[in-house]
Design a protein around this ligand. Structure first.
Ligand code: PEP
Ligand code: MN
Length: 337
């Protein structure tokens, strides 16, 4: 349930309400909007039945939240959240592009790519050091050595860096080197990992599970936020369907649906959604046109010899072309790029 305070409610009135909530052993999450303060109650709300909160001072109304996710819910936080990753803001008035190799393969490959994506206009460098591969015999990533290279790339280019984590050990290593943790599609419902990522306080890029509904995805985000970490960015990366022409099917409707249900920013990854280089640019354009807050695009100095996801990786020139194609669309959608 959500308690909406009257505009300009007094601080003491807000404290009074949170005191009542906490006194019953429940948790109060405060969202300070431009106009009103909203207090989200998490826990067994029947414990508040005898409290008559609707007539307490400065309370405007009580809104029941029927969805199982509360803190990720737009009812709790009516204004869009803007998530800071280093000096970059996701969910504000700028379209954010994250780009880089699927896998960090060497220091030279990563640094070269970092400079190229920066030149193309990207804001954040991506790179996988812990690779969740379908085959156990495929390249599994450079692990801690790889994330050290990510940190070096940030130092060289000033780009914040995001890296996928697949275990607690990976989280413990990554917090020393990266600006944002990525939870991949295969781990979207690894609730233990979500909670551990939440505890770090670092921004988390939460990719949609391969067969996850939007509801399940938002519940996964709730696991992170419930740890006291509201810094979650969602990433639509395609879902499993009967279609085989593309690696996955980009669920473009996820963008407006998420915008309707949640305050969290959402970006789109047309690389994993399509699995095919030639489809990445048109899908990226559709994502911008539908109102996504950003894009994640895989790039490689030479995709033909990439150790992971070469067929969907763009060359540096192709990334430049993609960025120039989306620029006018971003402007049309009221986003700077
Ligand atoms: C990735 O971004 O490198 C990745 C493995 O993506 P996903 O989890 O969406 O498959
Ligand atoms: Mn990949």
């Amino acid at each position: 349930m959500i308690i909406v305070m009257k505009p300009n409610a007094k601080r003491e009135s807000i404290q009074n309400i949170t005191g009542i909530i906490e006194g019953k052993g429940l948790t109060a999450h405060i969202s300070n909007g431009k106009e009103v303060t909203v207090i989200g109650v998490v826990g067994d709300k029947s414990k508040l039945q005898d409290q008559n909160l609707e007539i307490a001072e400065d309370v405007d109304k009580i809104v029941p939240v029927t969805e199982s996710y509360k803190l990720a819910n737009k009812k709790f936080h009516p204004e869009p959240s803007v998530i800071k990753v280093g000096n970059v803001s996701i969910g504000g008035d700028e379209l954010i592009v994250m780009s880089g190799p699927c896998a960090v393969e060497s220091r030279a490959q990563l640094i070269e790519t970092a400079h190229a994506v920066k030149k193309a206009g990207a804001h954040i460098l991506r790179g996988g050091a812990y690779k969740p591969r379908t085959s156990p015999y495929a390249f599994q990533g450079l692990e801690e050595e790889g994330i050290k290279f990510m940190k070096e790339a940030r130092e060289e280019t000033g780009l914040p860096v995001v890296c996928e984590v697949t275990s607690l050990a990976a989280i413990e290593a990554a917090v020393k080197y990266v600006d944002m943790l990525q939870i991949g599609a295969r781990n979207m419902q690894n609730f233990y990992l979500l909670k551990e990522a939440g505890k770090t306080g670092l921004p988390v890029l939460l990719k949609r599970g391969l067969s996850a509904t939007i509801d399940e995805w938002l519940n996964a985000s709730e696991y992170i936020i419930a740890e006291g970490n509201p810094n979650v960015v969602l990433c639509e990366r395609g879902i499993r369907t009967f279609e085989t022409a593309t690696r996955n099917t980009l669920d473009i409707s996820a963008v407006p649906v998420i915008k309707n249900k949640s305050h969290l920013p959402i970006i789109v990854d047309p690389s994993h959604a399509s699995g095919v280089r030639m489809y990445v640019k048109p899908l990226a354009m559709s994502a911008v046109a539908v109102g996504a807050d950003g894009l994640m695009i895989e790039t490689h100095p030479n995709p033909a010899i990439a150790l992971s996801d070469g067929p969907q990786s763009l060359t540096f020139q192709e990334l430049l072309e993609l960025c120039s194609k989306i620029r006018p669309l971003a402007a049309l959608m009221g986003k700077k790029f």
